[in-house]
Ligand binder design. Structure first.
Ligand SMILES: [Ca+2]
Ligand SMILES: [Ca+2]
Ligand SMILES: [Ca+2]
Length: 222
C-alpha cells in the first residue's frame, strides 16, 4: 500500500514537471540597454530607442536605459536600410551604436530556459560605416555571425542555447572597430521552468512518504 502511494506520488510529480516544460514561450518584462547614438557621435540622424518606456533619457546618446521596453521589442522590424527609414527626430525603427559593443540585459518575470536569441539588424555592407553585427557574446562565449550576401537587413540567430536564469546579459559585437551596428528588434525563445518552491514542496512530500514507509516497514531496504 505504501509503495503504491509512493509510485502514485512520483507519477504526479513527473506529470507536473512535464506540464511546466511545455509552457508557452514567455516574453521579457523589460530590457536594459545603452541608448543608441546620433548626431552627438557624428551620425547624420539620431538612432535612439525613442519608444523606450523605462528609466533614462531616450534623447541622449548612450544613456543607460533600464526597466522598460522599446524599439527592440515592439514587434516593428525594419525591412529597409537605415538611411531609408531613420530621421533627425529619432523616431526611426533602428537603434544604432557607433564603434561600441552594447551590453543588454533581458529580464523575465520568472526563471526561464533560454534556447535562442535573434537580432534583426541592418546589413548595409559599409554604407555610412554600417555593417552586419559581428557576433554576440553570452556568458563568456562569443558566437560569430557571417556577413550575409548583399546588403538587405537580415536576421542573426544564436540557437542551441541551454541557459536557465531570470535575467540574461549579452553583448552585441560590431563587425569592425569603426563599424556602426543597427538593430531594430531582438527576440528570444525561452520557456518557463518549474518554480523552485513548487519542486521543493513536491520533493518534500516524496521524502515524507518515504520516511513513513520505512517506519511502518522496518525491514525495507535503505
Ligand atoms: Ca522594433
Ligand atoms: Ca529608433
Ligand atoms: Ca552583407
Amino acid at each position: 500500500m505504501a509503495i503504491r502511494s509512493i509510485v502514485l506520488a512520483t507519477g504526479a510529480v513527473l506529470a507536473l514537471a512535464t506540464v511546466s516544460v511545455q509552457a508557452a514561450t514567455v516574453l521579457p518584462v523589460s530590457y536594459d540597454t545603452p541608448n543608441g547614438d546620433g548626431r552627438a557621435h557624428g551620425g547624420s540622424y539620431n538612432y535612439w530607442d525613442l519608444a523606450y518606456d523605462g528609466n533614462g533619457s531616450t534623447t541622449t546618446d548612450r544613456a543607460a536605459l533600464t526597466g522598460g521596453l522599446g524599439d527592440l521589442t515592439d514587434g516593428v522590424i525594419a525591412t529597409q536600410n537605415w538611411n531609408q527609414v531613420e530621421n533627425s527626430s529619432g523616431t526611426g525603427p533602428y537603434v544604432g551604436w557607433r564603434e561600441m559593443d552594447p551590453t543588454l540585459t533581458f529580464h523575465y518575470n520568472q526563471t526561464v530556459h533560454l534556447t535562442s536569441i535573434t537580432l534583426y539588424a541592418d546589413d548595409a555592407d559599409g554604407l555610412g560605416a554600417v555593417y552586419a553585427p559581428g557576433g554576440l557574446t553570452l556568458n563568456g562565449t562569443t558566437y560569430s555571425f557571417a556577413d550575409p550576401l548583399g546588403l538587405a537587413p537580415n536576421t542573426f540567430t544564436v540557437s542551441g542555447l541551454d541557459v536557465t536564469a531570470q535575467d540574461f546579459t549579452f553583448t552585441i559585437n560590431r563587425r569592425f572597430p569603426a563599424s556602426w551596428t543597427f538593430v531594430s528588434e531582438i527576440t528570444t525563445t525561452a520557456a518557463a521552468v518549474p518554480e523552485p518552491s513548487t519542486t521543493a514542496l513536491a520533493l518534500l512530500g516524496l521524502t515524507s512518504l518515504g520516511l513513513g514507509y520505512r517506519k511502518r516497514n522496518p525491514k525495507a531496504p535503505g
